[in-house]
Every structure is written in C-alpha cells, then in structure tokens.
Design a protein around this ligand. Structure first.
Ligand code: RAM
Length: 542
C-alpha cells in the first residue's frame, strides 16, 4: 500500500456519531433553536420614488437600454394615469422591500374595475425585454411583474411579494370611462444590516470608493433574515454566498449574529449522513433543498466557520459546529483516490465554481479541497479538535503532491485540467490558494493565463473573488488592484447600482438561465470588494 492510499484509508470517525440513524440527530433541535434565537430584526425604511423616467434604446448602454429623466413625481401624481397608459418611476437606488401606492378617480366615480400591471426592475432591460413566451430555465415567476385588479376606488394597491428594484413600471391594462391617477408610491425597504462600515482612507481612488459603496449596498440588500444570494432571486441561503458575504460583513457592518444564524441553520439541516445541503429555505419552516449537494460548497462551510471564529472569538459556536466541518472532510475524502479527487463520483456540472459550463473543474475542486483541509486543520488547532484532524496536515501534503503530478505542467509553468489539458484562470487560482504552487510559481502561472486569450476566463464575480485572493497570495498586488478596478469598475461604468450575479465584459446578455432578465442584478457573491478594500488597505486604499 503506498503512502497516499494509507492517508486516504485512515478516515477519522470521531465526529460521525449517529442518533436514530441521523447524524448528530440529538443536537439538531438545539442547533435549529440557536438559529432561531439569532434571527435578526429587519430595519424598515419608507422610501419614495425620486423621478419619472423613460427608457431609451442605446446600443452603448448595458444590455441596450438606459433611463432618462422624464419629469417629477409630483407631476405624475397630479396627472391622469389613464391618459399616460404607462409610466416608469425611479426609486433613486436599488431597494428591497414591499411596494404600495394609492389609486383614486379624478372626478366621475369608478363604474368598473381597472387592471394594472406593475413591473419591478433592477436594471433597465428588465422593463424592455418581452417576458413571454418565456425562454428561461428557471421559473417564469421570478420575473417581477404583477397584475392587479382594483375593484373599488379609492384603493391602496399593495404587492404581497417582496420585490427588489430600482425602477417600477405601471401599465394600464384595462379601464373604463372614468379617469384616475396614482400617488403615494411607497417602498418599505428592508434589510438586517445595521452596522456602520468603516470609512476609506483619504486619498483612496475615486473608482475604488464607488466600488466600495456599491459593494456595501449589494451586501446590505442581501442581508435579510439570512444571507440571501440575491433579493430578487433566489432569496435564500447558499453556502458559497454565505462564505463571501460573511467575509465582507466581518469587516464592514459586523452583524455577526447573522453569520451565526446561517451557520447553525445549515448544520441543523444537513442530510442524515451529515452532508450539508448547498442551500436551505427558511419558510414555511426551515428546510433544506433536499439532495442539493455540491462538494465545493460543503467544503467552504469550514472555512466560513474559521473566519467567523477569527472575527468574533465565539469559541462556543465554533466548538459546537466543529463536528460539521469534520463530517464534510470525511465525506469529501471518500471521493479521493490516491490523493486525487475522483471526478467520476459526482457530475462535474454540479460543482459550482463559476457560471462557466466549459470550465474543467478537476484541478479547481482538487485545489479547493486541499485549501479546505488546510484551513480545517487551522480551525482544529483553535477549537481543540486536533484528534479529529490528526492526519489532515499530512492529507493536504499528499493532495498537493498528487496535484503537482497530475496538473502542473512544469515546462509551460501552468496548471492544466482534464483530458483536454484545459488551461483556465481558476485552475491556477485554486492551485495557488491550496499552496500547491509556490507564490513564485503561482505568479508565473497567473501572468501566463492573464495574458493568454485562449485560456478559459472566469465568468462571474464569484470566480473573480478567488482570482483576486490568489493574485494577492502570490504577491501580484498591482494586478489584483487592476483586476478589481477593471472588473467591478466595469459594472459601475455600465450603470450598476449593485453588483451582478453574472458579468462578462464581452457579453452583456450572458445568462446561466437562458434569459438575461432573470439574472440577479444584486447578488451577494459580488460584494467582496468590501472585503478586499478593507482587508488589504495598502493595496486598495491609496
Ligand atoms: C444560484 C444562486 C447562488 C449560487 C447557486 C449555486 O442559483 O443564485 O448565488 O450559489 O446558484
């Protein structure tokens, strides 16, 4: 038996306790109760539109549309909506919350119901792209258009669903002889972000300031009763998003209770073997999305717990949840063969990493698992879990050795992945973050791919986060700054109020769901410039 196999065979069992066939069955109720105790209060603010705007087709604008000022809100309130037929109001900034408005006749009483359509949009193209026939891959109902029938006037029209928007379009679909108008358009905005984020140093580059403010806005919109992935869609907790949001929160709003709530919620809702579900729901009661596992996300849970502990010193939570981390590594180890992650065991399309179908995920998952084992070992030492993790350090070494053999093309100085020997940015990134490449090798590899148009590039801000981290890890601070400004600044230049789920500078219409209006345009995993700008002040605050 070679040394590599010996490491793999020695799976620690310390945390794998079963109660009634359910892993940690006796603790789950207490974990759920802790999640409930940490439920944050939502801060509610009444907001009103700032202007009437109109859509302008413009090939130079993001997705071909921009908004132009078209009048005051008072002028809208003073005029007939029936005659306008449709109007768009601008809320002034992205908001998440509950919409209402008043409708009243202007003279003759209402002799019939009226029907209106309200459409809530994060970006202009959502108001200018026909939704039907719906070509998208996710539910059509995520699109925020609502038809309301008003039977009697005066009336307050309140939309039950929580919406996320910058713009609201009101269209008159059906009416009768009488005239009517609207007023008191209100959005009760909600967020659980309450802390004050640090101010940036004087002299910070203006674009970095804008990126910081937009990142904070993105994060606060996603901070609700969990860290949501996006307030428009999916409005739920995913582990990968939680990790990045909690990093950004820890150095800005510092609402650590929300992180604690999410960590307990995920733990309590793991499957019966203790494998975390990638995503969970809060309503009508906490429940996981059953069978939804992605190994990269379950491994990142431990890294999120480690960062939470570092930020808070909350040893009680870290110790209680430590077995969850052990369990994720145990499960991931069953995928290892000779120190290499076995891609045959899980369909690779369901390893998240990026919105990029053509990304070969073998080197990335190998690197991410090594990184998680390494960070897990750091956590073990902090919580006194060394016995559970006795061989993790050796395991990480073994994996790195196997990785170098399988993935590192020493001659070319780059990491390759898969049968086609794909060269991607993310393969380099994860081999750097796992410590498989030395900083010098990493810098050489990244310099090579960044300048190689044939290399597989990242397709989402989620992937870019890890790129920036890797650039910093191998001393490429200038490139890190450049990439951050170019990528997130690119969204701002295209008009972003909040950062998007997907951004490809070469393709405004890119959508993982086959229809760009259903993308989320305020997406948690894009908020991490907040983390970089605060954590690496010497790079970003000058
Ligand atoms: C999307 C979510 C989220 C991501 C998962 C994998 O639907 O919006 O951000 O974590 O998929």
């Amino acid at each position: 038996m070679c040394a590599v196999t010996a490491v793999v065979a020695a799976v620690p069992q310390a945390a794998a306790q079963q109660t009634d066939g359910v892993w940690m069955g006796d603790r789950r109720a207490a974990w759920l109760a802790k999640a409930a105790e940490a439920m944050p209060e939502l801060r509610r603010t009444e907001r009103h539109p700032v202007a009437v705007v109109r859509s302008v087709a413009d090939t130079a604008a993001f997705q071909g549309w921009r908004m132009e000022y078209a009048g005051t809100v008072d002028s809208l309130y003073a005029s007939s909506l029936k005659q306008r037929r449709e109007v768009i109001v601008d809320m002034g900034e992205h908001m998440t919350g509950y919409f209402s408005m008043r409708v009243n006749h202007t003279g003759m009483p209402a002799d019939a119901p009226i029907r209106l359509r309200l459409t809530f949009a994060e970006v202009p193209a959502e108001l200018n792209t026909p939704f039907d026939p719906y070509p998208g891959g996710l539910s059509r109902a995520w699109l925020q258009d609502e038809t309301v029938t008003v039977m009697r006037l005066p009336a307050t029209v309140a939309i039950e669903r929580r919406v996320a928007c910058r713009y609201v379009k009101i269209e008159v679909l059906a009416t009768s002889y009488f005239d009517f108008r609207v007023d008191d358009i209100t959005l009760e905005a909600v967020t659980s972000a309450t802390g004050e984020a640090p101010q940036l140093a004087e002299g910070t580059d203006p674009m970095i300031r804008r990126i910081y403010d937009t990142g904070l806005k993105t994060l606060s919109e996603c901070m609700q009763t969990v860290y949501e992935d996006g307030p428009k869609r999916d409005q739920r907790l995913w582990i990968g998003d939680l990790y990045l949001e909690s990093l950004a929160n820890a150095c800005s709003f510092r609402n650590h209770e929300l992180t604690r709530r999410c960590l307990y919620l995920l733990a309590a809702l793991a499957d019966e073997d203790g494998w975390l579900h990638a995503t969970v729901y809060e309503y009508p009661q906490p429940e996981p999305q059953y069978n939804q596992h992605t190994m990269d996300y379950s491994l990142l849970y431990g890294v999120a717990l480690l960062e939470y502990l570092k930020a808070t010193g909350d040893m009680t939570t870290a110790r209680e949840l430590w077995p969850v981390v052990v369990r994720q590594i145990e499960i991931a180890r069953t995928y290892l063969r000779d120190g290499l992650y076995d891609m045959q065991k899980q369909p690779q399309w369901w390893l998240v990493f990026d919105w990029k179908d053509d990304l070969d995920r073998h080197a990335p998952v190998q690197g991410l698992m090594t990184f998680a084992v390494e960070r897990g070992w750091e956590l073990a030492r902090m919580v006194g879990g060394e016995n559970d993790a006795a061989d993790w350090s050796e395991l990480a070494r073994t994996m790195r050795k196997a990785s170098r053999k399988a993935f590192y093309d020493r001659g070319a100085g780059v990491v390759v992945s898969g049968a086609q020997r794909q060269v991607s940015w993310l393969s380099q990134v994860w081999m750097i973050l796992s410590g498989t490449l030395s900083p010098k090798e990493g810098a050489r590899a990244l310099a090579a791919v960044l300048d190689d148009p044939a290399a597989c590039r990242p397709g989402s801000p989620y992937a870019y986060h890890y790129l920036i981290e890797a650039l910093i890890a191998c001393g490429m601070e200038e490139r890190a700054r450049e990439q951050l400004v170019e990528y997130w600044g690119g969204m701002i230049e295209r008009g972003a109020d909040t950062f998007w789920e997907v951004y490809d500078p070469a393709d405004d219409y890119k959508s993982p769901y086959g229809f760009h209006p259903v993308n989320s345009y305020c997406h948690a995993w894009s908020c991490t410039p907040v983390y970089f700008i605060n954590t690496y002040r010497e790079i970003f605050q000058r």
